[in-house]
Design a protein around this ligand. Structure first.
Ligand SMILES: C[S@@+](CC[C@H](N)C(=O)[O-])C[C@H]1O[C@@H](n2cnc3c(N)ncnc32)[C@H](O)[C@@H]1O
Length: 282
């Protein structure tokens, strides 16, 4: 038996009386992230109704107390309202659809984007949904491999995967003295988890605190912090010195206007040429 076949979500997928279209790798992720909501009265939203099968799958998985809301551009999806699901018709690319939607439904526990899968749709949906996800809630985006597919206009510097990595980067801005502008700090995304074709954003504003260094107690006798002496203990002092100087000079350029950041970045890249092999296909 394949591992995903042992998951509760896969059993619910098979039990659905209507057709659903998922990937085999998703069921383990569903179980890992969503099992804790089973039996609760969560509000769950899925963008992408298609043949309706996943609505029944989620009802089976979460139980009868769950409020299950489906969204699709196809007006035919309305028929699933007769089965107790809330259905909204509109385009996930349209911010005005989202403002009306969230006004109507209120805050969401789990939001799953299984809609059109183009990265512009995924990004607009994320931006419009995030303020309506409850603390302790989840925003999941499926089929993120499309960021790398020709047929979905990928890869692109502005793809959803790039966007999600940027959101993950921004989490570090809460630490304080980074070069990520304060305006870009994330005050809602507590963590980001990357799976095969799924990105999960854990939303919790209460946990988005500004991190700062702290000692539990003063040291009895302070040890030398070797991070600062790294340059002198490297195997090749000449290369280490060049690297050190290039890094220092690069910092002088980064805040200069026009070509300054480019020159600064190039010098920094030169300083780290030995790392390049880890960034290219091997
Ligand atoms: C992959 S299917 C959904 C599969 C379904 N969740 C399941 O598990 O069987 C994608 C659905 O998204 C809908 N869709 C495509 N573009 C959309 C958009 N811009 N806004 C809303 N829904 C869209 C399509 O009509 C289609 O029904």
């Amino acid at each position: 038996m394949e591992p995903q076949q042992q998951t509760g979500s896969y059993s619910s997928f098979l039990a659905s009386p209507e057709s659903s279209y998922k990937h085999t790798s998703y069921f383990q992720v569903y179980d890992d992230l969503l099992k804790k909501y089973a039996g609760t009265d969560l509000t769950f939203v899925e963008v992408g109704v298609f043949n309706g099968g996943s609505l029944f799958m989620w009802r089976d998985f979460f139980g009868p107390k769950a409020r299950i809301i489906g969204i699709d551009m196809n007006p035919g999806a309305r028929k699933w309202q007769d089965h107790g699901f809330e259905i909204f018709i509109g385009s996930q690319s349209d911010p005005s659809f989202w403002s009306a939607f969230f006004k109507a439904v209120g805050p969401i526990d789990v939001f799953l984007d299984d809609g059109g899968h183009f990265f512009d749709q995924q990004i607009v949906t994320f931006e419009c949904a995030i303020d309506s996800i409850k603390d302790g809630g989840l925003l999941l985006v499926e089929d993120t491999h499309t960021s790398f597919m020709n047929s979905f206009y990928g890869p692109s510097r502005l793809s959803f995967q790039s966007y999600a990595k940027m959101v993950a980067d921004r989490i570090n801005a809460r630490h304080g003295p980074t070069r990520i502008p304060a305006s870009m700090q994330s005050r809602a995304v507590y963590s980001v988890e990357f799976f095969e074709s799924i990105v999960a954003f854990k939303i919790d504003r209460r946990k988005c605190i500004d991190g700062s260094p702290v000692f539990n107690r003063p040291p009895k006798e302070s040890a030398l912090d070797f991070a600062q002496t790294d340059r002198s203990i490297r195997a090749n002092p000449a290369i280490s010195t060049i690297r050190y100087l290039l890094r220092k000079i690069s910092r002088l350029f980064r805040d200069l206007p026009i070509l300054g950041p480019l020159v600064g970045q190039t010098l920094n890249d030169l300083a780290n040429l030995d790392l390049l092999k880890y960034f290219v296909k091997r």
